[in-house]
Design a protein around this ligand. Structure first.
Ligand code: ASP
Length: 587
């Protein structure tokens, strides 16, 4: 094996162009492949910038030619030579007009045959790729994604620095901060039986920084939440965490909007139109059945409770009578694609997320086929058809029951149907959601919980109902959504300790709980607190959207899989019994 003594890399493999022909350069990289044509040997050498063809031929000294012949895929090489124009060009490669006529070749490392070939287009299963993630990361698409993620971080810092934000680190070993997820906890050796929590977000600390006078704070903060994983959720993630003093919701939203506009322009050259559209939570739910709707296509929900009440069909009538609703979604032109079988599939999906069933109108032939046709009066059916605007060629899906079920069910079906019909356009559908409910009833316990976190400021109009009618209280909270993904979430915070205490009480905390969990925080607010608010912006999700992938694993270097393990290292592993004994823990 050779070394790099007296060898200095002067270019990345992906860099040379025709204009560089005639110059001497030195490159380092991995062997993508070698072709041996007898007198001629070609090696494609790969680094993070791309691939360059190394050429060995008649003029190449024998020993170098032999060495070139001996290399195999993924060997690490250093090569020096003169760039020359290629006789047969390769239009697939940005460097495809030149090749390096090698005058010096060093083998820096040999390589065993990797468990899969390093190719961008791969059908190797993801589990195997994640076990050998360091090899998987050599693939150009992942190199590109992580490079873009770096660029995103760079522009992010630039923007917030330009706007006077100070980057301040907050601790990782903390007391639990409630964000509605389970904590990862860390046992303390020095305080037996004591546990730190890893931050679900730096929420409390950034609020305290406002009290300390650092009126604009930002941090690319690692956050940890022990939740069930999905494609757009990892147990650890990075949040662009920001907080501002002396501001109202509009100021924070404008700051975020400025950031998004700059970012999309700088990274993708996409000019976003501002102001970004807004919807209240209530309107988003009513129109799209989701608080993070994809607004790039229509297919809006329609409340047909009026038309369906007293229809004679007990499912509809009861839903309305019991304070719920009957809602529909007209999949325009969807009758053909949504065959009976497809509708059955959607029905199964709807049942899986809480619906009792799904009614439908499918209008292909002269007369519509109506799943509940024999059960309703002709007048009611006519009214439903009119209300939904159903015409020949359409398919209408209908759900009845409490709003808490009908809305999200139809929201989910809306997405599935749009995907099935292939009507979701490219591009970016940004949307602010405002006026969130402050409280949310836990479906299992029936108790009120904070929909965002308990430090969120209730809207002015809601203050009178905190105790008497919590469901009516909205919050000065705002989420930014793009293409159906929540990108950012934030709020104005409660800066009045008396109001904070009131909200804690309304959330069912006893004075003792409040003291034990948040005593230090409520006390802090007694010493002069500026009005303040902020946001957490999901960096991983931004990267996912900008890299046009639908999995966070494509933008995280070493991601976890569904069951929260990391396949490469095998984390989590067992702890040494000695370690456990020191911590006073028995498993
Ligand atoms: N801490 C919040 C979150 O992680 C964001 C914020 O309110 O600033 O969702």
């Amino acid at each position: 094996m050779e070394n790099l003594k007296n060898f200095k890399r002067t270019k990345y493999c992906g860099e040379p162009r025709l204009g560089d022909a005639g110059t001497e350069i030195s490159v380092c990289g991995w062997v993508q492949r070698r072709r041996d044509l007898g007198q001629l040997v070609f090696i494609d050498l790969r680094d993070r910038a791309g691939i360059l063809q190394l050429a060995f031929g008649d003029e190449t000294p024998r020993d170098i030619l032999e060495k070139a012949r001996s290399v195999r895929n993924e060997y690490v090489l250093a090569a020096r030579g003169v760039l020359r124009e290629r006789s047969s060009k390769n239009p697939e490669l940005p460097t495809g007009e030149v090749e390096l006529e090698v005058t010096e070749l060093r083998i820096l490392s040999e390589a065993e045959t990797p468990p899969f070939e390093i190719l961008d287009k791969t059908n190797v299963n993801e589990e195997l790729r994640l076990r050998y993630r360091y090899l998987d990361l050599r693939r150009p698409s992942l190199q590109r994604n992580l490079t873009m993620r770096h660029e995103i971080s760079r522009v992010t810092r630039e923007y917030f620095y330009e706007n006077g934000f100070l980057e301040i680190e907050t601790p990782m070993l903390i007391k639990s901060t409630p964000e509605g997820a389970r904590d990862y906890i860390v046992p303390s050796r020095l305080h037996r039986g004591g546990f730190y929590a890893l931050p679900q977000s730096p929420q409390i600390y950034k609020q305290l920084l406002m009290l300390s006078g650092f009126d604009r704070y930002v941090q690319l903060a690692r956050c940890f939440r022990d939740e069930d994983l999905r494609a757009d959720r990892q147990p650890e993630f990075t949040q662009i965490d920001a907080e501002m003093s002396f501001v109202e919701a509009e100021d924070v939203m404008a700051m975020v909007e400025g950031y998004i506009v700059k970012l999309f322009d700088a990274i993708l050259g996409v000019k976003l139109e501002t102001p970004l559209p807004r919807l209240t939570y209530a309107d988003a739910m009513a129109r799209y059945g989701s608080d993070k709707p994809d607004i790039r296509f229509g297919l809006e929900l329609c409340d047909i409770s009026g038309a369906a009440r007293d229809s004679g069909f007990a499912v509809f009538d009861d839903a309305v009578k019991n304070g719920g609703s009957v809602r529909a979604i007209n999949i325009k032109g969807g009758a053909e694609a949504l065959t009976r079988r497809e509708i059955d599939k959607l029905t199964e999906h709807a049942k899986g997320i809480g619906a009792r069933g799904l009614a439908y109108i499918r209008w292909m032939e002269e007369a519509p086929s109506v799943s509940f046709g024999k059960l309703v009066s002709p007048e009611a059916l006519a009214a439903i058809i009119e209300k939904t605007g159903c015409e020949r060629g359409d398919a209408v899906l209908i759900a009845a029951g409490p709003d808490g079920v009908t809305l999200p069910v139809l929201g989910a079906l809306r997405l599935l149907a749009a995907k099935k019909l292939g009507i979701i356009p490219d591009g970016y559908g940004f949307l602010w959601i405002t006026e969130f409910p402050f409280f949310e009833k836990n479906a299992d316990t029936g108790e009120w919980e904070a929909m965002h976190h308990p430090f969120t400021m209730p809207s002015d109009g809601g203050l009178d109902f905190i105790e008497s009618d919590p469901g009516r209280v909205t919050a000065k909270a705002y989420d930014l959504v793009v293409n159906g993904t929540e990108l950012c979430s934030g709020s104005i915070r409660i800066s009045d300790p008396a109001l904070q205490e009131r909200m804690f009480r309304a959330l069912g905390l006893s004075p003792e709980d409040i003291e034990a969990k948040f005593g230090f925080l409520t006390e802090a607010y007694k010493y002069g607190a500026p009005p303040h608010g902020g946001v957490g912006i999901g960096l991983d999700r931004i990267a996912m959207i900008m890299c046009a992938t639908d999995s966070l694993r494509d933008v995280v270097a070493f991601p976890k899989v569904q069951n929260a393990s990391e396949l490469m290292s095998g984390a989590p592993g067992e702890a040494d019994p000695k370690q456990l004994a020191e911590l006073g823990i028995k498993v």
